[in-house]
Design a protein around this ligand. Sequence first.
Ligand code: NAD
Length: 257
Amino acid sequence: MKTAVVTGSTSGIGLAIATAFAGSGANVVINGLGNLTEVEEIRRHLEELGGGRVIYHPADMSRPAEIADMIATAAAEFGGVDILVNNAGIQHVEKIEDFPVEKWDQIIAINLSSSFHTIRAVIPGMKAKGWGRIINIASAHGLVASPFKSAYVAAKHGIMGLTKAVALEVAESGITVNAICPGYVLTPLVEKQIPDTARARGISEAQVKSDVMLKFQPTREFVAVEEIAAAAQYLASDAARSITGTHISIDGGWTAQ
Ligand code: NAD
């Protein structure tokens, strides 16, 4: 039985990925912010889906010691981590000259450095088993930029580099390291940035959806969280053993332009 750790899995894409792994019978460590009663409901629901156990670890992805404790807890409970999905992420939309310094630091910590901390902690166990899967949820913004998202775009480009460097280091150990680059997926993270984008650009919220977000997504449709989860399941499978150091774009054609 495999064990998956999915960071930021109390909502959106991470929750869909945790649901998919739990449904296929894996043990899953869920993580993320949220009201403890709601998190317990999610945990119980996921555990009912498959044959594995599901535990919650509240590690704050901006705190290295808590991240180390999460991976150590997964190892103690389940004997190691086979699949690591680095998904936790936040966004802040602001002009560079007004971008709060503390927001920059927080985004780099949560969207980029947390993956360094999780990866360095799981690699020894994966090497010992001769098998491992690391999946980093990057973004179309790991490949191309948009204005007013300097920290996010910097962090997501950074995670692409981290993906490639680690993939090369562990290529002979049965461990693959890849990124998934979603376009716009309608999750709480995206819904929250609509008012800020409207303010920064001086347009209505409806225009943000149609003229800013889906303008760059040629399908003119938001991606569904289940599409990201299906790609994660594929990358975690034995069928994808030779796919490493690369990314899968799920962006409705955005980065083909
Ligand atoms: P979301 O807001 O629905 O979920 C984010 C998750 O991260 C939540 O579970 C939240 O609790 C958790 N989180 C936030 N800060 C945390 C912290 N300090 N410690 C631990 N957990 C924390 O967002 P989402 O849209 O599902 O985004 C998930 C990932 O997908 C992010 O990395 C995001 O950048 C990426 N992504 C999203 C989209 C999109 O359009 N939604 C597109 C491309 C990439």
